[in-house]
Every structure is written in structure tokens, then in C-alpha cells.
Design a protein. Structure first.
Length: 324
């Protein structure tokens, strides 16, 4: 697996890293919103993690809310099979208010750092993110939440501080105040504000590491769906109307065929075609790809190919106009 330097962390991580949102299984928020994934199998996930380690996919990303801690716990069970020191381990805090009147109450952030350490069965978490950028009116709750992470870093409980959000623009709004070591924004070929938001330039200037999430839009961009698909309660994909858009799904099937033909020299033409353009203008970036089974890992391990500038332009042209 090809690696990159994750910005000023100076850590080498695989360009295709491993996201474990799905390891939490089906889950709903306090308001009843579907926020998990169906189809989770814990034994398959453990096998996937062992396979990932064997293939050099050793940057694992989780969060306190993935299955209300179940994802973190599953990772923490692996240290008998996988050496803890071999894995660059990331988690997050912030998506759950924990009974407080707002997100990021410092007492909750402090408690969740400790809970994540327990769940992950580790003395130190390599990278700990603020999970989103909703810090209240005029970001009034940001400084207190960040202070908790700074103190945790000083105490040796976390090594690096990260900042995540579904919007590059939201990240840009607070990035100077947070000064994160790593950012984790959403980016894929149908949702891409990496450049126009200014985040690309900021990360380059400040040598910030990047971990793009949702690079294949929860599997939708693979072109594997034959038509509109319904997911059960508790599955986040139920909330994405694109899975019900027959015209879009047909277009994505056509794109997948084009990638298989046009990039047939690659081991994983579709997956590589979706990932490589995201990394072409981000030298300190990796992508976080969900890998729930050993078969997923095998595909991910073959998807680290580089594309030429011509190929990147061609792939992007296939997806032009598909943002929705």
C-alpha cells in the first residue's frame, strides 16, 4: 500500500485508510434520525481489521458515536491480534450533546476522551477530532472544547488534534482558531468544495494533514445499484435521497462501465478512478474508505494507483453535473 506523509504530523499513513462508521451497526439519534449502518457483522469486521493490518492499511478511524461506542470497542479488542503500535488510531467527539443544552460542553468532551481511551484499550489516541463545526452562535463553545483537547494532548492522552465537518466551508470558518494538525472534510466526485472553499490552499500553507471521508459516497458512486434502493431504519443511507434517484443511479452505472473500460490497466479501475482524482491535488491527504469485510480490504489494497493528469480530467468529466 502506497503511503503519504500526513502533513505536519510527520506520520506515514496509507493513501487508502480505513473508516469504521459501519462497525457501529444500525443506530438512531435521540431525535430518531438514522445515523448508523445496516449489515454489520462483528466477526467479519474483525477479520477485515486483521486483513487490513496484513495489507499495510494501518490508519483506522472511528468516533465515540459510531454505535454509541461499539465501533471503538471492536477496535480495542484487536490488540491481541494486531500490535497497537502498528496502528495510527483516530477517533472523534462532538456529534452527541450527551444531555447538555449544546454540543461540545467541556465536561462531556472531557468524559468522552476518557471513554474513548477505555473503549479503544489504549493509553493514547493518535488523532482526536472535533467531529463537526457546530460550536453554537458565533462559535461561542469552541474555545472551551478545544481547551479540553489541548490539555489532553499535554497530558499525553492524544498526540494530534483534528477538525472534521461535512462542509469544507464550515472547516474554513474556524480553522485558524483551531489550528488543527489534520482536517477531515467530506470529498467525492459529486461533492467537492475542497479548492473553492480555500481549504486546499490553507492546508498547503500550514502543512496540514487531510483525511477525506465519503470518497465513494457511501458506496453509491461504485455504480453497483440497479435502481432505487431503500434502507432500514437506523441506516444513514436512508436519509440520502440520491439512493432513490433512478436517473442518477443509471448514470453512475454508466460511469462505472466507462471506468472499467478506460482504466482497464488498473487492478481496481472503478475504485481507483473514484479515489485518485481526490488525491491528485492534495499531497498530504488520504481517503477514509469503509472496509467491512476482508473482500473490501482486498479491493482497497489494490486501489492506491496514481492516474495521469489526463486521466484525472477524464474521470472528473464523467461526473460533471452530478452534484446533488
Amino acid at each position: 500500500m502506497r503511503t503519504i506523509r500526513l502533513g505536519r504530523t510527520d506520520v506515514q499513513v496509507p493513501v487508502v485508510s480505513l473508516g469504521t462508521w459501519a462497525y457501529g451497526g444500525e443506530n438512531t439519534s435521540a431525535s430518531g434520525q438514522s445515523i448508523g449502518w445496516s449489515g454489520h457483522d462483528a466477526e467479519e469486521a474483525r477479520a477485515a481489521l486483521r486483513a487490513a493490518h496484513a495489507h499495510g492499511i494501518t490508519h483506522w478511524d472511528t468516533a465515540d458515536v459510531y454505535g454509541d461506542g461499539r465501533s471503538e470497542q471492536l477496535l480495542g479488542e484487536l490488540w491481541g491480534d494486531v500490535p497497537r503500535d502498528d496502528v495510527f488510531l483516530a477517533s472523534k467527539v462532538g456529534w452527541d450533546a450527551g444531555g447538555h443544552a449544546h454540543y461540545y460542553h467541556p465536561d462531556l468532551v472531557r468524559e468522552r476522551v476518557e471513554r474513548s481511551l477505555r473503549n479503544l484499550k489504549t493509553d493514547v489516541i493518535d488523532l482526536y477530532y472535533l467531529h463537526h463545526c457546530d460550536f453554537g452562535p458565533r462559535d461561542v463553545y469552541l474555545d472551551d472544547a478545544l481547551e479540553v483537547l489541548v490539555r489532553a494532548k499535554e497530558a499525553g492522552k492524544i498526540r494530534f488534534i483534528g477538525l472534521s465537518d461535512w462542509s469544507c466551508h464550515n472547516v474554513m470558518r474556524v480553522i485558524a482558531r483551531v489550528d488543527p494538525d489534520v482536517v477531515q472534510p467530506l470529498r467525492n466526485l459529486t461533492a467537492d468544495s475542497w479548492v473553492e472553499s480555500g481549504l486546499q490552499a490553507w492546508c498547503a500553507e500550514h502543512d496540514v494533514g487531510v483525511a477525506f471521508f465519503s470518497p465513494i459516497r457511501h458506496g453509491l458512486l461504485l455504480g453497483k445499484y440497479d435502481g432505487p434502493t431503500h434502507f432500514p431504519d437506523g441506516d444513514f443511507r436512508k436519509t440520502d435521497g440520491a439512493f432513490l434517484d433512478a436517473d442518477l443511479i443509471a448514470r453512475l452505472r454508466d460511469n462505472a462501465r466507462a471506468l472499467r473500460d478506460g482504466l482497464s490497466h488498473l487492478a481496481e479501475p472503478v475504485l481507483s478512478g473514484l479515489i485518485a482524482p481526490l488525491l491528485a491535488d492534495a499531497p498530504t491527504a488520504c481517503v477514509l474508505l469503509g472496509q467491512r469485510t476482508p473482500r473490501h480490504v482486498e479491493s482497497a489494497a489494490r486501489a492506491d494507483a496514481l492516474l495521469s493528469r489526463y486521466e484525472v480530467r477524464w474521470v472528473r468529466s464523467l461526473f460533471a453535473g452530478l452534484a446533488r
